[in-house]
Design a protein around this ligand. Structure first.
Ligand code: ATP
Ligand code: MG
Length: 201
Protein backbone atom coordinates (compact mmCIF):
# COMPACT_ATOMS: atom_id res chain seq x y z
CA UNK A 1 0.00 0.00 0.00
CA UNK A 2 1.82 3.09 -1.24
CA UNK A 3 0.78 6.71 -1.69
CA UNK A 4 0.72 8.70 -4.95
CA UNK A 5 4.48 9.32 -4.69
CA UNK A 6 5.15 5.58 -4.27
CA UNK A 7 6.03 5.98 -0.58
CA UNK A 8 5.01 3.19 1.80
CA UNK A 9 2.07 4.24 3.92
CA UNK A 10 2.90 4.88 7.54
CA UNK A 11 0.22 3.65 9.92
CA UNK A 12 0.12 4.35 13.65
CA UNK A 13 -1.44 1.73 15.90
CA UNK A 14 -2.87 2.99 19.19
CA UNK A 15 -3.83 -0.03 21.27
CA UNK A 16 -5.69 0.36 24.54
CA UNK A 17 -8.48 -0.80 26.74
CA UNK A 18 -10.15 2.60 26.25
CA UNK A 19 -12.42 2.09 29.26
CA UNK A 20 -13.18 4.94 28.56
CA UNK A 21 -11.07 6.64 25.86
CA UNK A 22 -9.85 10.05 27.12
CA UNK A 23 -7.95 13.10 25.88
CA UNK A 24 -4.59 11.65 26.97
CA UNK A 25 -5.00 8.91 24.35
CA UNK A 26 -6.12 11.36 21.67
CA UNK A 27 -3.31 13.86 22.24
CA UNK A 28 -0.71 11.06 22.24
CA UNK A 29 -2.00 9.72 18.91
CA UNK A 30 -2.21 13.19 17.37
CA UNK A 31 1.34 14.12 18.44
CA UNK A 32 2.85 10.88 17.13
CA UNK A 33 0.97 11.30 13.85
CA UNK A 34 2.48 14.74 13.43
CA UNK A 35 6.05 13.91 14.54
CA UNK A 36 6.34 10.64 12.62
CA UNK A 37 4.45 11.85 9.52
CA UNK A 38 1.91 9.08 9.79
CA UNK A 39 -0.84 8.82 7.19
CA UNK A 40 -3.35 7.41 9.65
CA UNK A 41 -3.64 6.29 13.25
CA UNK A 42 -5.74 3.18 13.87
CA UNK A 43 -7.19 2.92 17.38
CA UNK A 44 -7.54 -0.70 18.45
CA UNK A 45 -9.69 -1.34 21.53
CA UNK A 46 -8.65 -4.59 23.21
CA UNK A 47 -10.84 -7.60 23.63
CA UNK A 48 -10.47 -9.00 27.12
CA UNK A 49 -6.97 -7.77 28.11
CA UNK A 50 -4.82 -10.56 29.49
CA UNK A 51 -3.59 -8.67 32.55
CA UNK A 52 -6.47 -6.47 33.61
CA UNK A 53 -9.54 -6.60 35.75
CA UNK A 54 -12.83 -7.45 34.04
CA UNK A 55 -13.55 -4.51 31.80
CA UNK A 56 -16.64 -2.89 30.31
CA UNK A 57 -18.07 -4.77 27.33
CA UNK A 58 -16.02 -4.55 24.18
CA UNK A 59 -18.95 -3.05 22.24
CA UNK A 60 -19.25 -0.10 24.64
CA UNK A 61 -15.50 0.54 24.54
CA UNK A 62 -15.44 0.19 20.76
CA UNK A 63 -18.34 2.62 20.30
CA UNK A 64 -16.83 5.20 22.66
CA UNK A 65 -13.61 4.99 20.63
CA UNK A 66 -15.55 5.53 17.40
CA UNK A 67 -17.36 8.54 18.89
CA UNK A 68 -14.10 10.06 20.17
CA UNK A 69 -12.25 9.72 16.87
CA UNK A 70 -15.07 10.29 14.36
CA UNK A 71 -14.30 13.94 13.67
CA UNK A 72 -10.62 13.39 12.86
CA UNK A 73 -10.05 12.36 9.22
CA UNK A 74 -6.67 10.81 10.14
CA UNK A 75 -8.07 8.56 12.88
CA UNK A 76 -9.81 5.21 12.34
CA UNK A 77 -10.88 2.38 14.64
CA UNK A 78 -10.27 -1.32 14.11
CA UNK A 79 -12.33 -4.22 15.45
CA UNK A 80 -9.55 -6.82 15.10
CA UNK A 81 -9.11 -7.26 18.84
CA UNK A 82 -12.76 -7.00 19.89
CA UNK A 83 -13.72 -9.61 17.28
CA UNK A 84 -10.97 -12.11 18.25
CA UNK A 85 -11.85 -14.60 20.98
CA UNK A 86 -9.64 -14.89 24.02
CA UNK A 87 -7.25 -12.45 25.67
CA UNK A 88 -5.63 -9.73 23.57
CA UNK A 89 -1.92 -9.93 22.86
CA UNK A 90 -0.22 -7.16 20.89
CA UNK A 91 1.46 -9.74 18.65
CA UNK A 92 -1.98 -10.83 17.36
CA UNK A 93 -3.06 -7.20 16.87
CA UNK A 94 0.00 -6.46 14.77
CA UNK A 95 -0.25 -9.69 12.75
CA UNK A 96 -3.88 -8.90 11.89
CA UNK A 97 -3.13 -5.28 10.99
CA UNK A 98 -0.20 -6.39 8.83
CA UNK A 99 -2.71 -8.45 6.85
CA UNK A 100 -4.98 -5.40 6.46
CA UNK A 101 -2.10 -3.11 5.49
CA UNK A 102 0.39 -5.52 3.89
CA UNK A 103 2.91 -3.00 2.53
CA UNK A 104 2.57 -0.30 5.17
CA UNK A 105 5.04 0.50 7.93
CA UNK A 106 3.39 0.09 11.32
CA UNK A 107 4.19 2.30 14.33
CA UNK A 108 2.86 0.96 17.62
CA UNK A 109 2.17 3.82 20.06
CA UNK A 110 2.58 3.14 23.73
CA UNK A 111 2.61 5.23 26.90
CA UNK A 112 5.60 5.30 29.27
CA UNK A 113 3.88 2.88 31.67
CA UNK A 114 3.09 0.34 28.95
CA UNK A 115 6.49 0.43 27.23
CA UNK A 116 8.15 -0.34 30.56
CA UNK A 117 6.44 -3.77 30.43
CA UNK A 118 7.23 -4.55 26.81
CA UNK A 119 9.93 -7.14 27.43
CA UNK A 120 7.25 -9.29 29.09
CA UNK A 121 5.01 -9.17 26.02
CA UNK A 122 4.31 -12.35 24.07
CA UNK A 123 6.63 -13.12 21.11
CA UNK A 124 8.70 -10.00 21.63
CA UNK A 125 11.22 -11.00 18.92
CA UNK A 126 8.54 -11.04 16.23
CA UNK A 127 7.03 -7.83 17.60
CA UNK A 128 10.22 -5.93 16.75
CA UNK A 129 9.91 -7.18 13.15
CA UNK A 130 6.27 -6.22 12.71
CA UNK A 131 6.39 -2.60 13.90
CA UNK A 132 8.38 0.34 15.08
CA UNK A 133 7.51 1.33 18.63
CA UNK A 134 6.94 4.89 19.78
CA UNK A 135 6.92 5.45 23.53
CA UNK A 136 5.21 8.65 24.64
CA UNK A 137 5.63 10.50 27.91
CA UNK A 138 2.90 10.22 30.54
CA UNK A 139 2.63 12.14 33.82
CA UNK A 140 3.59 10.00 36.81
CA UNK A 141 5.73 7.60 34.78
CA UNK A 142 9.34 8.01 33.77
CA UNK A 143 9.94 7.47 30.09
CA UNK A 144 12.84 5.10 29.58
CA UNK A 145 13.61 3.03 26.52
CA UNK A 146 17.10 1.98 27.56
CA UNK A 147 17.58 -1.75 27.13
CA UNK A 148 15.24 -1.80 24.12
CA UNK A 149 16.58 -2.01 20.54
CA UNK A 150 17.30 1.63 19.56
CA UNK A 151 16.54 1.09 15.88
CA UNK A 152 13.05 -0.24 16.74
CA UNK A 153 11.98 2.03 19.61
CA UNK A 154 11.75 5.83 19.72
CA UNK A 155 10.46 8.13 22.40
CA UNK A 156 8.44 11.32 22.16
CA UNK A 157 7.52 13.98 24.71
CA UNK A 158 3.84 14.86 24.38
CA UNK A 159 1.82 17.53 26.23
CA UNK A 160 1.33 16.22 29.76
CA UNK A 161 -2.28 15.25 30.45
CA UNK A 162 -2.63 13.62 33.86
CA UNK A 163 -5.73 11.67 32.87
CA UNK A 164 -6.29 7.95 33.25
CA UNK A 165 -9.30 5.77 32.47
CA UNK A 166 -9.14 4.46 36.05
CA UNK A 167 -9.55 7.99 37.36
CA UNK A 168 -12.41 8.68 34.91
CA UNK A 169 -14.24 5.54 36.06
CA UNK A 170 -13.77 6.43 39.71
CA UNK A 171 -14.97 9.97 39.14
CA UNK A 172 -18.18 8.77 37.48
CA UNK A 173 -18.65 6.25 40.30
CA UNK A 174 -18.39 9.09 42.87
CA UNK A 175 -20.68 11.39 40.89
CA UNK A 176 -17.85 13.72 39.77
CA UNK A 177 -17.83 15.15 36.23
CA UNK A 178 -15.61 13.84 33.44
CA UNK A 179 -16.39 16.77 31.16
CA UNK A 180 -13.18 17.96 29.43
CA UNK A 181 -11.29 14.83 30.46
CA UNK A 182 -13.03 12.78 27.75
CA UNK A 183 -14.68 14.04 24.53
CA UNK A 184 -18.20 15.43 24.95
CA UNK A 185 -19.81 12.56 23.04
CA UNK A 186 -18.12 10.09 25.39
CA UNK A 187 -19.48 11.94 28.46
CA UNK A 188 -22.94 11.60 26.95
CA UNK A 189 -22.44 7.95 26.00
CA UNK A 190 -21.33 7.10 29.56
CA UNK A 191 -24.39 8.83 30.96
CA UNK A 192 -26.82 7.29 28.45
CA UNK A 193 -25.61 3.73 29.19
CA UNK A 194 -25.10 4.25 32.93
CA UNK A 195 -21.49 3.12 32.69
CA UNK A 196 -19.18 3.18 35.72
CA UNK A 197 -21.99 3.94 38.16
CA UNK A 198 -20.55 1.32 40.42
CA UNK A 199 -16.78 0.86 40.43
CA UNK A 200 -17.31 -2.88 39.98
CA UNK A 201 -18.40 -2.48 36.30
P1 ATP B 1 -6.42 2.34 32.85
O1 ATP B 1 -6.32 3.34 33.98
O2 ATP B 1 -7.72 1.59 32.78
O3 ATP B 1 -5.21 1.45 32.71
P2 ATP B 1 -5.34 4.16 30.88
O4 ATP B 1 -5.68 5.58 31.08
O5 ATP B 1 -3.96 3.68 31.28
O6 ATP B 1 -6.45 3.22 31.51
P3 ATP B 1 -5.20 2.46 28.58
O7 ATP B 1 -6.35 2.12 27.71
O8 ATP B 1 -4.70 1.45 29.56
O9 ATP B 1 -5.57 3.83 29.35
O10 ATP B 1 -3.96 2.99 27.72
C1 ATP B 1 -3.78 2.78 26.34
C2 ATP B 1 -2.44 3.39 25.94
O11 ATP B 1 -2.47 4.81 26.10
C3 ATP B 1 -1.26 2.90 26.80
O12 ATP B 1 -0.12 2.76 25.96
C4 ATP B 1 -1.08 4.04 27.79
O13 ATP B 1 0.25 4.10 28.28
C5 ATP B 1 -1.41 5.25 26.93
N1 ATP B 1 -1.91 6.38 27.73
C6 ATP B 1 -3.01 6.38 28.51
N2 ATP B 1 -3.21 7.58 29.10
C7 ATP B 1 -2.19 8.37 28.68
C8 ATP B 1 -1.84 9.75 28.95
N3 ATP B 1 -2.56 10.50 29.79
N4 ATP B 1 -0.72 10.24 28.34
C9 ATP B 1 0.00 9.45 27.53
N5 ATP B 1 -0.28 8.15 27.22
C10 ATP B 1 -1.36 7.61 27.78
MG1 MG C 1 -3.51 1.65 31.41
Amino acid sequence: MTDAAGRRRRIGVMGGTFDPIHHGHLVAASEVRQSFQLDEVVFVPTGQPYMKRVVTSAEHRYLMTVIATASNPDFTVSRVDVDRDGPTYTIDTLRDLKRSYPDAELFFISGADAIAQILDWKDIGELWELAQFVAVSRPGHSLSISGLPPQRVSSLEVPALAISSTDCRERVGRGFPVWYLVPDGVVQYISKHHLYRSTTT
